[in-house]
Design a protein around this ligand. Structure first.
Ligand code: NAD
Length: 469
């Protein structure tokens, strides 16, 4: 099979590296080898599996700088953030290792007449992980960690748009594991399809777009392969009338334009009380205007390019349609000196301060640096608009009054609602079942609920036997 070329979105003329595209025969070989390796792995004590993840976490941490630069160059993620993602992947593996303690426990019950019931959990076998390009290290680690600690073998298919750093990271992890237990098959949709169709693959854990998820679900139906989906979002930020506007503007600007808006759970629409709208928008505008757009490896850059041509074209076209619909599209920020603007997929961060809830930009997942602000009259209206979406991944409520914030947060339809922030706190990676409701996903990652995704029950029901006559 040919090598796949990976180009730098900050400098399209530069080839960052190549990966070998897996053939159907490669996928078959990886799946069969994984199935053979899995049996011995599942027989190890859970604590030994956890130890391997902890050792791998240390190796990954030691390579975080190198992984960060590689991710920055292939994906356009600013290098400081890309390096944090590599460290975050190590943190996720440790969090998965901590869950091992629950695995050796089986519920045992004595039943009427001298019987016994034992309910235990077992790994599934071979699991496929399919990941996107926007945060490949963290997204792969949060699948692979719990799947391995549960006793499964894993085959990961990265996106052809950012396969290099994740292949390297998983190589470091595989170095601490039995041979063939964890492997990577590179390629596009066809490689993913071959993996899903393989008879030994028992579950597909997929992070990506809804359209792809529909294809995967159809393909998985043939063999009744289990699916686990982490999909897109259109996260609302509901700024309440008692919010600290300065804090809200600062933090909303940070999350909405992080990775040039290409994060599944990030603020994608803002609702603000009518009487505070101008004040809030002025503050938000100042923050967004301070963004420095440039090459992802340039330390001065606070917003890199978007990842690829499809992203560039779809976000540019959405901005153009928003403009033609009569809205103000305020292009802000400024390029860092020497940014090779024409050679990269650069976009200016933009605010649409006069958006309406019915606008296309408010309804779709823009997945780019383009943020609508919608004003509202009553809190009930704001909550209704926040919930009026086919998505339900993240969300946030902004208020200086914790009780008020909590009451509103409880009414939001989403997998997670943040208060006065819009990012998972470090402990949340251990504690919060991460996932979406409605079209944003099926299943959960991280936390004990994330471990359960990679286990199935096995029960033993011992019937009482009458005494010998
Ligand atoms: P995508 O759906 O195009 O691709 C994701 C992965 O699926 C890639 O590895 C791709 O090669 C593979 N793929 C494509 N077609 C396939 C097929 N027919 N069979 C099997 N695999 C196939 O998504 P993307 O453009 O890489 O990522 C952007 C989307 O991902 C956005 O919608 C974003 O919101 C979503 N996302 C969700 C989360 C989450 O945790 N909920 C996290 C990050 C991204």
């Amino acid at each position: 099979m040919p090598d796949l070329e990976v180009r730098n979105p900050s400098r399209r003329s530069e080839v960052v590296g190549t990966v070998r595209e897996a053939s159907a025969a490669d996928v078959d070989a990886a799946a069969r080898a994984a199935a053979a390796a899995q049996r011995g792995w599942a027989a190890e004590p859970a604590a030994a599996r956890a130890d391997a993840l902890v050792r791998a976490a240390a190796r990954i941490e030691a390579s975080a700088d190198e992984l960060g630069v590689l991710l920055a160059r292939e994906a356009g993620v600013p290098v400081a953030e890309a390096t944090r993602e590599a460290g975050g992947a190590a943190h996720l593996l440790r969090a998965a290792a901590e869950l091992a303690a629950t695995l050796d426990h089986a519920d045992e019950h004595d039943t009427a007449g001298g019987g016994r019931i034992r309910v235990g959990r077992r790994p599934l076998g071979v699991v496929a992980g399919i990941v996107p390009w926007n945060a490949p290290l963290g997204l792969a680690a949060q699948k692979v960690g719990p799947a391995l600690v549960a006793g499964n073998a894993v085959i990961v298919k990265p996106s052809p748009l950012a396969p290099l750093a994740v292949t390297r990271l998983l190589g470091l992890l595989a170095g601490e594991l039995p041979e063939d237990l964890l492997s990577v098959v590179n390629g596009a949709g066809e490689t993913g399809s071959a993996l899903i169709a393989h008879p030994v693959v028992r579950k597909v854990s997929f992070t990506g777009g809804g359209e792809t998820a529909r294809h995967i679900m159809r393909a998985a139906a043939d063999r009744l392969t289990r699916v686990h989906f982490e999909l897109g979002g259109n996260d609302p930020a509901v700024v309440l009338d008692d919010a600290d506007l300065d804090l809200a503007a600062e933090r909303i600007a940070q999350t909405a334009f992080r990775r040039a808006g290409q994060i599944c759970y990030a603020v994608k629409r803002v609702y603000v009380p009518e009487r505070a709208a101008t004040d809030f928008t002025d503050r938000l505008r100042a923050r967004v205007d301070a963004l420095a757009i440039g090459d992802a490896v340039d330390p001065r850059t606070t917003m890199g390019p978007v990842n690829n041509a499809r992203q560039f074209e779809s976000v540019s076209a959405l901005a153009e349609r928003t403009r033609r619909a009569g809205r103000s599209v305020l292009e802000l920020g400024a390029p860092v000196d020497e940014t090779p603007w024409e050679d990269g997929w650069y976009l200016r961060p933009a605010l649409v301060p006069d958006a309406d809830h019915g606008d296309e930009l408010v309804t779709v997942e823009q997945f780019g640096p383009l943020l609508p602000v919608v004003s509202y009259r009553s809190e009930d209206d704001a909550i209704a608009m926040a919930n009026d979406s086919e998505y339900g991944l993240g969300s946030s409520v902004w208020s200086a009054d914790p009780d008020h914030a909590f009451a509103v947060a409880s009414r939001i339809e989403a997998g997670v609602t943040f208060v006065n922030g819009h990012v998972l706190s470090p402990d949340a990676f251990r504690l919060v079942p991460f996932g979406g409701v409605k079209q944003s996903g099926i299943g959960w990652e991280n936390s004990p609920a994330g471990l359960d995704e990679y286990l199935e029950f096995h029960s033993i029901d011992v019937h009482p036997v009458p005494p010998a006559r």
